[in-house]
Structure formats: structure tokens, C-alpha cells
Design a binder for this molecule. Structure first.
Ligand code: GLN
Length: 286
């Protein structure tokens, strides 16, 4: 295809291949124009480099590449995060974890907060910015993801300690947190959903987790509670049909007040439990 030479020609070239809303997003990013300029000046020229880029994104989007990876960004909790194919694309339902934390932690709480499997850093950076007095640690096993997370923290002015670790393995045994959050992989390995849409292009390691999708949540349920202070909370996101199983995993580890919360679609999407007084001592054989 010849690369389109004007904004209007680009929109025409995209017609029937990708939604016009996506074509407009691409043009705004590539040509640096506002939505209003795009509507008012269809005759405006694209430089050859801009036109070539648009043609490239159009072809890649037609082949299924996620909009977020082509733009290199996605909004989470009202802020713009850089994303690359090394990271999961932040989902709106994960914002529920932040909303839930607001019901438990005062805005000025000097809380120690841990985000397990931080990916793009969306949760860790958001928590650090929403709780300015908090000390936030973001963990990921993937150095490539951690580089993206650190760049997001720096760009958004969040101070976060980034740690390369397989879940809690690299934490000092004496470390304690008031809140541990995680959006871990939780899709069943043979779920057909993994072969559809954007998900095909996302890191499999951030999505799939054993035959029932529960392998990583089970590991987190066992390894994270010893790092909670008494009264501290562990909260994980999970699949639409996993709430009961996740509550059982949390309760088995001695967490109390185990419950789930629903997302905007009414689906039980996150489950949580609280470290009771004494669990800390119990686990250390005191
Ligand atoms: N909610 C995502 C999906 O179904 C999965 C995210 C995850 O595994 N943490 O695509």
C-alpha cells in the first residue's frame, strides 16, 4: 500500500480495516495533532516518515497487535503508563485493587506496600502516588518488565524500590508490609482466551498459571503472608470464576477476614485476607 500523504487519506486508508477511533488515535500520536485538528484539517500533509509509520501501524493492527503496544502507552488510574511487549497491558479491572486499598489505608498512612509481579509498574506507581507517605516496593521476575516499571516510576515522579525476584524469594526475611497487592498470572494454561485478541501478543508468563490458573496465586498465598505485619492485608486479582478457590487458598494459610470484592461488571475479581495477631510469631516458630 502507498503510504497516505494526508490526515484525511490516512483515515480513508484505514476504513474497513480498523475502527476509525483507532485510526484517529494513531494519527494523533504519529502527527502530534489534537482530535479537533484531525477533524478540521483532513488536508494536512503527513511527512513521509509519519505516513510510513501510519502504514506500518495499520498493517500491524490489522494483524492483531494491541493498540497499547503500537502507541507504547495505556492509561491506568488516570495516568499514562509506558507499555511494551515485555509487560501485560494494564486493565481497568485492576484499578479495583487501588479503590479497595482506599477503604483500608488512610491517604497519609506511612504504609509499607509491596506489589508482586508489577509488570509495567501500574499498581506500584499508582499506590506510591496515591499514598505519598508510603514506602512502595515493586517486584518482578522479568528484568525487561522492571526496566519499563522503573521508567514509568521516574516519568510519573513516583519513588518505588524495584526488586528483581521470583515472588517473595529475594526479600529479606525480616521485611514486613502493611499491604501486599498482586495481579498475578491466573489464566488456565489451556484457556482458549489465550489465543484471542490482544492477549496473544502479551507475555504468556504474565497470563498463564498452570492447569487451573491457580499455581501462582497458590504460591503467593503461601509465601507472602509471612511478610505481613499483624493486621496487614494481602489482596490478589483473579479470574471471574476463581473467587471461591482463592478465598480457600488464603484461609488455609491462616489469614482472617477473607472475602472478595466485585468489579464494575459485578464479577468477584479480587480476594483478600488479613494477617491476624499471632500469625507472624506462629510462622517463625516462636
Ligand atoms: N484479565 C486478564 C485476561 O483475562 C488476565 C490478567 C492476568 O492474568 N493477570 O486477559
Amino acid at each position: 500500500m502507498d503510504a497516505p500523504a494526508t490526515l484525511g487519506a490516512a483515515l480513508v486508508a484505514a476504513r474497513g480495516r480498523i475502527p476509525q477511533s483507532e485510526a484517529r488515535l494513531f494519527l494523533r500520536a504519529i502527527a502530534g495533532v489534537s482530535a479537533a485538528q484531525l477533524a478540521a484539517y483532513p488536508e494536512r500533509d503527513l511527512t513521509p516518515a509519519q505516513a510510513a509509520r501510519f502504514a506500518d501501524w495499520l498493517a500491524r493492527r490489522t494483524a492483531g497487535e494491541p493498540v497499547a503496544y503500537l502507541l507504547g502507552e495505556r492509561e491506568f488510574y488516570g495516568r499514562c503508563f509506558r507499555v511494551t511487549p515485555a509487560t501485560l497491558i494494564p486493565r481497568p479491572e485492576t484499578e479495583l485493587i487501588v479503590d479497595w486499598a482506599k477503604t483500608r489505608l488512610a491517604p497519609d498512612a506511612p504504609a509499607r506496600v509491596l506489589d508482586l509481579g508489577t509488570g509495567s509498574g501500574a499498581l506500584a506507581v499508582t499506590l506510591a502516588l496515591e499514598w505519598p507517605a508510603a514506602a512502595v516496593t515493586g517486584i518482578d521476575r522479568s528484568p525487561a518488565a522492571l526496566a519499563v516499571a522503573a521508567a514509568n516510576g521516574a516519568a510519573l515522579g513516583a519513588s518505588v524500590r524495584w526488586l528483581e525476584s521470583d515472588w517473595c524469594a529475594a526479600l529479606e526475611p525480616a521485611e514486613r508490609f502493611d499491604l501486599i497487592v498482586s495481579n498475578p498470572p491466573y489464566v488456565a494454561a489451556d484457556d482458549p482466551h489465550l489465543a484471542e485478541g490482544d492477549v496473544r501478543f502479551e507475555p504468556r508468563s504474565a497470563l498463564a498459571s498452570g492447569p487451573r490458573g491457580l499455581d501462582d496465586i497458590a504460591r503467593i498465598a503461601v509465601t507472602a503472608p509471612p511478610f505481613l505485619v499483624p493486621g496487614g492485608w494481602l489482596i490478589v486479582e483473579h479470574g471471574y470464576d476463581q473467587a471461591e478457590a482463592v478465598r480457600a487458598l488464603l484461609a488455609e494459610q491462616g489469614l482472617g477476614a477473607v472475602d472478595s470484592a466485585r468489579d464494575l461488571a459485578g464479577i468477584e475479581r479480587i480476594s483478600f485476607g488479613r494477617c491476624p495477631d499471632g500469625l507472624d510469631a506462629l510462622r517463625r516458630g516462636a
